[in-house]
Design a protein around this ligand. Structure first.
Ligand SMILES: [Zn+2]
Length: 176
């Protein structure tokens, strides 16, 4: 995965153009990728072929731990880009993804629902007054809402911790 060119011929990566489908055996990666702003489906079924078809149809990069899938001609031929994950630990798995794709572009955190993969919509502080805990309302000014599940997102400490972790993983990669 290299640089994607924009119309002006400048080397830029377009985050919108990268989409993923994550196998259930590495399902935790889905949240991380959504956290970074990537459209990511989690495939919960056990029919590999359906996962492959979905990936091809929607132009998604497949992520799996299944070494058997890697032997399929659609993958060995390079038609379907697939990342094989070998580690157990979610953080290391994420690092493998970053490494495989060289994802050193700017992430777009806070843009996709971690639960249902929908693009978030901005909400004003007033909109969410009755929807978030008072201490959150007092301290946070930026809110996003998922149009599907109506979860409200704000930059909570948990969210900040995840972003910091991603940042650190990224930095570790660039110093290798
Ligand atoms: Zn949602």
């Amino acid at each position: 995965m290299g640089y994607l060119k924009n119309g002006k011929g400048k080397g830029v990566r377009s985050i919108e153009s990268l989409k993923f489908i994550v196998d259930i055996n590495v399902g935790k990666l889905a949240r991380w990728l959504r956290m970074m702003g990537y459209d990511t489906l989690r495939f919960d079924g056990d029919d590999d072929w359906r996962m492959i078809i979905t990936a091809l149809r929607e132009g998604r990069i497949m992520i799996t731990r299944d070494t058997q899938i890697m032997k399929r001609s659609v993958i060995t031929s390079g038609r379907l880009k697939t990342i094989l994950i070998t580690g157990d630990e979610p953080e290391l798995q994420m690092q493998q993804v970053l490494e495989a794709l060289n994802l050193d572009c700017q992430f777009k955190p806070f843009s996709i629902c971690l639960e249902c993969n929908q693009p978030l919509v901005e909400r004003s502080k007033k909109d969410v007054e009755k929807l978030v805990p008072p201490h959150v309302f007092q301290t946070q000014n930026q809110y996003m809402e998922c149009p599907a599940c109506h979860r409200i997102y704000w930059k909570s400490t948990h969210w900040q911790a995840m972003t910091r972790k991603l940042q650190r993983l990224k930095e570790e990669l660039t110093t290798l």
